[in-house]
Design a protein around this ligand. Structure first.
Ligand SMILES: Nc1ncnc2c1ncn2[C@@H]1O[C@H](COP(=O)(O)OP(=O)(O)O)[C@@H](O)[C@H]1O
Ligand SMILES: [Mg+2]
Length: 1011
């Protein structure tokens, strides 16, 4: 727990559950319906949970004007909920002054309960999110060397944590008061969590002002969301005349006249807060509650909330008011010692102030010994009586005192940003910059930016101004690309002051990164090139920028001088002397360049293998490494994917997913990692898995914005995957719905080649003319660029198929060219697929021969689906030349493999092929051929009644593995334990081993266990 914990844990008891903070109960008038609803909500939650329910959550909201009675109702809900045995009640409230303090509300809400978990439970609840949620919730310091957190990552982490926590602490009641003042970080999550609450045993209770003007502009969409999600929604109305009359008479006695009460009700407009305040006044002024005095009520009412400075001064006196101001700065859960120091009062004087303020019903004490305004309206009123200069001055004192009290820069910075700039104070600038870094580490970039903007306004010394601009630019990297671009451009602008050379390189790289991510790849490459030319003394920095320029060019949709660039990259590569990260980066880029050009894959791999360090990414080139960004390892993984070293690629992509998760980079990064994994799985023919990864990538991308390059990538491969699975119409609908058609993404290259994918889709839909046009165009563009990889862009092979009927000559030329290009690249999968496509336009014996060769190649590649297609095609071709027996064998093989790939369309095609020619649509399987050796080992023992644990011991493998193998055996044999022996053609069950020594031993063991 951090030191801030002390300040933040409003009302939290040591046991982590909140202690009683409601000293006395007020009789709530005209709120029967609301109370019944609250009671029913709590009752339902507890009852359904006790009955084993889990997806039983609800959202209960109370909204209305200030003073209408929201907080009072929440107190009742807390009381009701706490009476229920086993229920956990969490409470937090937003504060007007703290609405800029990141996670202010969520820390109050969750720290007590998370902080009270024992270490083992804490680890389970946190899962892999400890380094993300922990720092954001103020439960631990960020790890040394930690990177900035992505706010989306924090939200995802919180989702995970609450999903873990809720069932453990259910029934769970989470109450948030004054949600309209919630900091945006908390609010964004709460609003999204409200949507999921129904899936958990959680009752959410929110109270807020419904006037939109009370919400920060950025919060307004959340208000709409929360309001629409509430299952029980209560807008609190004013109290009735009867109730107010009752309140008046309860206080002033029955002598209060009807006319007086009526006027009283009118003046306070049925608002209970105003009624209570006015009653105080009436009592203080000893006003007789008779008709004649009704007129004076209006004047008294103005005073009741003490809106003017004079009003407060008269009521409190200067010294006490100053203390009240200090309290107003601090907002909620006010530490008296801090307030005393901020108002520069001695302990005795402050005690006197507190006494006075309590007497005047301005402040009240909370059970943890802190202070609170009796109502936030009073706090606001007092704060607003401060002159601007007093305010800024006092915020400065507050910042210093909060730091002195050991509460940390994060807590102090909220005040620092409110201080008056213009002093040019170095120390302030330093503090603000440090606070900004700390905010980035808890996933609060907006707060970091507020600090840095304020630092710029200070202003900083001329020689560090550009550095602050650079930090400002970097602070928005994960969230606000446009702001980043502008700020980094400013940082690099010599007119803004000098930037340290090492930072210039980094700022340029970051700028290019953001430009690239927003699709301006040409511009990204250009800024790197320009800066590289001007970077003289720093050769590593220059190499970094040169390499980056190559990288962005490679990701461009088109470029003017592709072949020349490739030449230059080759030269740069040959000139490398060391094996530093930058050298390896160049090698990785070269490997990718060679891949796209379709140069021999042996060359690709020779380069790629020099990048890795014992099969892993080297230091400095990691997925979350900020020196290079994720594109670089991505290109390396792609090179492996296309060179048939998919296992290696999958290892890299798997690392990416895990590392982005741990770092809390939940946006485009994680989405891209899913995409890459989806692509790798697709290449392997694991189509169902590919589909799952790709859909996840697409979802993440859409969460960030519409039609990002990532979405194009994901949709393209997803379309390809769906076609492979035989769901062409679904693929078509997806493509049309997304708009996956020429001219594709305006600037960024789609991975893999979009035009080829589109052509394939048209072909699959039978639109040959359209396909031919799209593929011809694709070929022209790729040729100009010097890219001839037939796997990346299989345009030629498919163009041949599209042209086969109308222009057989051209078709043959394309098919042969595709085979030639594939042979040059040289991977088994490339050659096999090109041959298969060639066979599609060939007849008779020639087709058979092409496919036989295709199958030979594909059989040595990891491209499972391509292999399956070739097998089925070969079967069909053999059937056409009358070799039915051979045809049958290949079709069976094709079916098996297609089933493994989840390529249902292909399975159907093969079955039809068999059925149409009177062949059996299924192999009458010999079970014994279908069992693997390990499965056989298990089966033999099982047949003799050896129990699984014994089998595990006997074979020296884990029990769970034995069970898995047994399940496979039963499935393949089509029998459970009873009929297993006969299904496998083994002799009937025997108790003792008889065949050989090993089985004998197993038999003995089996016997003892049975006993
Ligand atoms: N239904 C009610 N009947 C009587 N008094 C009430 C009622 N609701 C609120 N009050 C009183 O009015 C004052 C303001 O209520 P509060 O719950 O703080 O309002 P809000 O949270 O909506 O601003 C409190 O002093 C409270 O005791
Ligand atoms: Mg309230």
């Amino acid at each position: 727990m951090t030191e801030q914990g002390h300040e933040l844990r409003a009302g939290a008891g040591a046991d982590g559950r909140e202690s009683e903070t409601v000293p006395h109960r007020v009789r709530l008038r005209d709120r029967d319906a609301e109370l019944r609803s609250a009671e029913a909500a709590v009752e339902k939650l507890c009852r359904e949970f006790a009955a084993g329910g889990t997806e039983i959550g609800e959202l209960l909201t109370f909204s209305g004007r200030p003073g209408i009675g929201k907080t009072s109702l929440l107190h009742e809900v807390r009381r009701i909920a706490k009476l229920r045995e086993g229920a956990t009640v969490l409470f937090a409230r937003g504060g007007e002054r703290q609405s800029n303090e990141p996670y202010h509300v969520l820390r109050q809400l969750l720290q007590p309960v998370l902080g009270s978990l024992d270490p083992a439970e804490f680890r389970q609840v946190m899962g892999t999110w400890e380094e993300v949620v922990g720092p954001a919730m103020g439960l631990k310091q960020p790890k040394a060397g930690a990177r900035r957190l992505d706010p989306q990552g924090v939200r995802d982490g919180l989702d995970y944590v609450l999903t873990q926590l809720a069932p453990r602490r259910a029934p769970l009641v989470m109450i948030v008061d004054d949600l309209h003042w919630s900091d945006l970080e908390s609010l964004a999550w709460l609003a999204s969590f409200a949507l999921r609450a129904s899936e958990l045993p959680v009752l959410l209770v929110f109270a807020y002002r419904d006037d939109i003007a009370d919400w920060q502009p950025e919060a307004q969409e959340h208000q709409a969301a929360v309001t629409s999600l509430a299952t029980r929604r209560h807008e609190l109305g004013r109290l009735t005349l009867v109730s107010v009359t009752d309140m008046v008479r309860a206080e002033l006695g029955d002598k209060a006249e009807d006319a007086f009460c009526y006027e009283f009700w009118n003046v306070v407009n049925g608002n209970p807060f105003e009624a209570v305040a006015l009653l105080d006044q009436v009592r203080d002024q000893e006003l007789d509650p008779v008709e004649e005095n009704s007129q004076q009520l209006r004047e008294l009412a103005v005073d009741a909330t003490g809106t003017t400075l004079t009003g407060w001064l008269e009521r409190l006196g200067a010294s006490t008011l100053r203390f009240a101001w200090a309290c107003a700065m601090l907002g909620t859960d006010i530490r008296p010692d801090l307030a005393a120091r901020i108002s520069t009062q001695s302990p005795e004087a402050s005690r006197e102030s507190i006494k006075q303020l309590r007497k005047q019903r301005v402040l009240t004490q909370t059970p943890n010994g802190n202070l609170e305004f009796v109502h936030p309206l009073i706090g606001s009123s007092i704060y607003n009586t401060m002159k601007e200069s007093t305010k800024t001055g006092m915020h400065g004192v507050a910042a210093a005192e909060i730091e002195n009290a050991g509460l940390g820069l994060l807590a102090a910075s909220r005040h620092l940003v409110e201080t008056f700039p213009g002093e040019g104070d170095d120390r302030t600038v330093r503090k603000l910059r440090k606070a900004a870094q700390e905010h980035l580490l808890i996933g609060a970039p907006e707060a970091a930016q507020r600090c840095l903007h304020r630092a710029l306004a200070e202003p900083p010394d001329d020689d560090i101004r550009a550095e602050v601009l650079y930090e400002l630019g970097c602070s928005a990297l994960l969230t606000d690309p446009m702001a980043t671009v502008n700020q980094l451009k400013l940082a690099l602008d010599p007119d803004e002051g000098p930037l340290r050379p090492s930072l210039r390189v980094d700022a340029t790289f970051r700028l290019s990164e953001v430009l690239a991510h927003s699709g301006q790849l040409g511009e990204a490459a250009r800024v790197c090139q320009d800066e590289a030319e001007q970077t003289e003394d720093d050769s590593a920095g220059r190499l970094r920028l040169e390499a980056a320029a190559f990288m962005w060019h490679a990701y461009r949709k088109s470029e003017e001088d592709g072949p020349a660039r490739s030449e230059r990259l080759g030269e740069l590569c040959r000139s490398l002397t060391g094996r530093e990260a930058a050298d390896r980066a160049v090698l990785a880029l070269r490997a990718w360049d060679l891949t796209l050009r379709g140069e021999p894959s042996a060359e690709v791999l020779r380069h790629a293998d020099q990048v890795l360090d014992q099969g892993r990414l080297p230091k400095g080139l990691g997925w979350t490494d900020s020196t290079w960004g994720f594109e670089l390892p991505a290109t390396l993984g792609l090179s492996y994917t296309y060179s048939d070293r998919i296992a290696q690629a999958e290892r890299l992509f798997g690392d990416a997913i895990v590392q982005f998760e741990i770092a809390g980079w939940s946006g485009a990064h994680r989405g891209f990692a899913y995409f890459l994994m989806g692509l790798a799985r697709f290449r392997r023919g694991l189509l169902a898995e590919a589909e799952d990864f790709l859909r996840r990538a697409l979802r993440l991308s859409e969460r960030i914005g519409p039609k990002l390059p990532l979405a194009w990538d994901a949709v393209g491969v997803l379309v390809d995957t769906l076609i492979a699975r035989g769901r062409t119409n679904e693929a078509w609908d997806l493509a049309i719905g997304f708009g996956f058609s020429p001219p594709y993404h305006a600037t960024a290259m789609v991975l893999p080649d979009a035009a080829s994918l589109y052509g394939k889709l048209l072909l699959a839909k039978g639109r040959k003319a359209g396909a031919a046009a799209a593929l011809t165009e694709a070929g022209a563009q790729l040729d100009a660029r010097g890219w001839h990889n037939t796997v990346w862009a299989p345009w030629a092979g498919h163009l041949a198929v599209a042209l086969a009927e109308d222009e057989p000559e051209r078709a043959r030329a394309y098919a042969e060219r595709s085979v030639r290009d594939a042979r040059r690249f040289g991977t088994a999968s490339a050659i096999g697929t090109a041959l298969r496509l060639h066979a599609e336009i060939a007849d008779g014996q020639q087709a058979v021969e092409l496919l036989e060769e295709a199958v030979r190649h594909l059989g040595q590649s990891p491209a499972g689906y391509e292999h399956a297609v070739a097998l089925v095609d070969l079967g069909a071709a053999l059937r056409r030349v009358g070799r039915l027996e051979d045809a049958q064998e290949f079709l069976y093989q094709g079916i098996e493999l297609a089933q493994h790939c989840a390529a249902d369309g292909l399975v159907d095609r093969a079955r039809r092929e068999l059925a149409n020619y009177g062949l059996r649509p299924n192999r009458l399987g010999d079970v014994r051929e279908m069992l693997s050796q390990p499965e056989w080992d298990v089966a033999r023992l099982a047949v003799r009644g050896v129990p699984p644990q014994r089998i595990a011991d006997e074979l020296g493998v884990h029990l769970s593995l034995v069970n898995r193998r047994l399940a496979a055996v039963y499935r393949k044999a089509g029998s459970g334990p009873d009929g297993l022996a006969s299904a496998l053609g083994l002799p009937p069950e025997q108790r003792e081993g008889t065949e050989d020594g090993r089985e004998g031993a197993a038999g003995r063991d089996g016997g003892t266990v049975e006993a």
